[in-house]
Design a protein around this ligand. Sequence first.
Ligand code: PLP
Length: 379
Amino acid sequence: MIYADNAATTRLSEEALQKMLPWLTENYGNASTLYRMGREAHRAVEQAREEIAKGIGASPMEILFTSGGTESDNWALKGTMRHLARKGKKHLITSAIEHHAVLHSAHALEKEGYDITVLPVSKEGFVDPDSVKKAIRPDTALVSIMYANNETGVVQPVTEIGAVCREAGVLFHTDAVQAAGILPIDVKEQKIDLLSASAHKFHGPKGVGFLFCRRKAVPDTLLDGGGQERGHRSGTENVAGIVGMAAAFSQALSEREEKTERLSALRDRVQEGLLKIPGTHLNGDASRRLPGTLNVSFEDLDGQSLLMELDLRGIQASVGSACNSGSMTPSHVLLEMGVPYKTAHGSLRLSFGRYNRPEEAETLVREAESAVRLLRDRR
Ligand code: PLP
């Protein structure tokens, strides 16, 4: 079996699992209680907060734990917009290639009466920082542009966008779900005010993530209740999840450079092989991209059929096209980049992670080539 869908989720690292186990077994205390078991759980949560903060150049109190990327994105957008609406700022800027956690949050806000500007991208998949600058108005509250795209891996000019926003006095949120643990992040240097991340994308557990909020940028709460997370996000702390996330994040950062080299070498070999198949196109910029992500389109092919054919051959990948609801609409990301509808339909995303091995490149190319030939012959 070759698992080439690390952009969807990753295997939990053994180190993270070992760190989590005591908090799922003998020490099951509620981190908000005052007796010994609770105090120990509380300490573990705070230690994890420190570890994560250090990894992105933040201070611990700027890290708030959530249930993952979707919650962090919803909170950043809805919480910030509702907060700043009270100061008369009701305009949000985002881009057309965001994950649906951002785009659907933006559209939900639009229904509540907020004003949304959705910026287009270039054919390579970039948001132009100049277009952000031009879109900012006196009533703009927030700009939300992702760090790296989940379908193409294209890395956005977040540092430049951060500078534009800071100069204009507008808050900047970045969805770093695909970038965290893979690309360097320094929230101070990059002038990021809010940042979303999710543990299961960097070999941590599912259902846990964090939102970095600069002190002046804490959004209104979405979850009211027992007042955990200093009153910002209620709900009993997911101690094992939080501990596992911090362990996985530190591990990802410590092996970042080695992994970047290894994964981009694997990715480039696969890319080279796939592009030799007639009628194959690379989607997204080739250089400013996540090291382990590759998105190609095959002409005269249906991505779903290719996916199923690859699955029969033991290869787990993703179509850059169909969305989670099972609809057959091609990817909004590829369409926004100007990829023709038919070509977008035949897209394939391969994404590599810690557990992929170099020798998988040859098998992947061989099987993809044979699957494409078979499916085209059947047409
Ligand atoms: N944002 C991006 C860019 C993603 O790739 C994903 C997951 O695919 C999410 C947000 C949602 O994260 P989660 O699965 O943790 O809710």
